[in-house]
Write a protein that binds this ligand. Sequence first.
Ligand SMILES: Nc1ncnc2c1ncn2[C@@H]1O[C@H](COP(=O)(O)OP(=O)(O)O)[C@@H](O)[C@H]1O
Ligand SMILES: [Mg+2]
Length: 538
Amino acid sequence: MGLALVHTRARSGMRAPDVRVEVFMTGGLPQVTIAGLAGTVARESRDRIRAALQASQFELPSKRITVNLAPAELPKDGARFDLPMAVGLLAAAGQIPLQALRDIELLGELSLSGALRGVSGALPAAIAAAAAGRSLIVPEDNALDAAQARGAVVIGARTLAQVVAHLRGECVLPATAAPAQDDAPNSHRANLAPGTNTNLADVMGQALGKRALEVAAAGAHGLRFIGPPGCGKTMLARCLPGLMPPLTEGEALELAVIRSLAAPLREAGGWPRARPFRSPVHGASAVALIGGGSIPRPGELSLAHHGVLFLDELPEWDRRSLEALREPLESGEVHIARAAMHVEFPARPLLVTAMNPCPCGWAGDPSGRCDCPTDAIARYQSRVSGPLLDRIDLHVALVRVPAAELMRREGPGGESSLIVRSRVVAARERQQQRQGKPNAQLAPSELEAIVAATPAASLILERAAERLALSARAVHRVLRVARTLADLAGEATVDTPQMAEAIQFRATSIDANPLTQARLRASTLAEHAIGHGVAAAH
Ligand SMILES: Nc1ncnc2c1ncn2[C@@H]1O[C@H](COP(=O)(O)OP(=O)(O)O)[C@@H](O)[C@H]1O
Ligand SMILES: [Mg+2]
């Protein structure tokens, strides 16, 4: 007498590995021992289970009970195992038929009253349970999340008593219906869900900023806006998710798993219907950005996966936080090492940053209201120089849109996000077919063959590199951007117009020094002249 086996799931990064709860009941002094969980976690779990059983009017025989969670080396956060352990205890005591436990898995925290509380990571658990051919019983709070898993049978319950009655066959808890088809992520205008993203057509003027957004979306290039307060940097950045190709079903599922690991899906933004836009504040800790914790959870970088990570007020950011972003942005993955485990979360967002040009914010403004000393401006801008900038291919200086233009509702340049998005989709498809990845991810060694610059275009770049003292990295960035411009234009080779426009996107800032500014403007104009009268991008 007295052996029961219950299936449940731990969480480890994006996975939900199988855990078995084994309960033995033997003679001897009455006591409950939990093996396979850390001391305090086990004690807290035992107290909750005891209280919940009592509140639900279940009685355990006065026996020696051992609960073992296996395998022992798995990362196990305690609370999610309350429900499977309580059910295992009752089954070992003969109060639940053992065969009722064969084809199900259970997951859930118990409150002292016997009510079930939601846990994190219900969706990956449901995916894994479905793959194992078992149904999954979860707290009602988790049922909708978990039911998103294809082919999963998910049963939501409110209390321990309900679960026990269901397993005894005294009542039948209904399976949670999978979400309706018209809730699918790509239903019409899904990427322009109101409240989250902005439509490009609502942005007046800022042609250069809009062009930069299109290029960023088309080649997955990192982007930096530099401009005075209120010129529309944040507004422009918010347009970007809606310019990227529609979220695929696979991307949505991956994102949903990430969200469900961070918090119950509902709190974390629900089932992804649009590409995410995450804008952590500059005080955010490295853990909030990258992820972490004793049971590692994904951070902002992963929550922005397949979408946009917006870092506003870039010079205000702590250098160490930015430094922590660099490696994951390069590899597209966050690695978190703990004593006993190593987890990975995907993290491939499009990086958009914004900053004022100087401490007061108005350097370069035609009003001349900036009176920051030159060295203060230089110091301000150099605060962000460094590794993060290596990830940014597009640098755009913005100026305020005149009030008269802001009030003009229609006029040229009023393209909607959907129109721009169709060009982006076509450009992305070209890249996918040619090289299997977006241009921003081209390695230096791949550039020459893939960019295919004409001799005239190469000459422009050579001259610009000399005149502007471009580093090798800067030259690579120009080449990647030029390739994307050619893809947007449907051209097989990069010719002078694309090269000239690409060089523009490295003009780093509204420089405080009017001389440098004039030099930059002059060189850009020269580029245009060489580029056979390219239409000015602004
Ligand atoms: N180009 C623009 N077109 C339409 N509205 C604008 C534009 N620029 C700024 N605004 C308005 O000004 C507000 C502030 O813009 P915001 O994007 O927050 O500026 P920034 O981030 O550069 O400080 C926006 O919410 C918007 O209402
Ligand atoms: Mg802003």
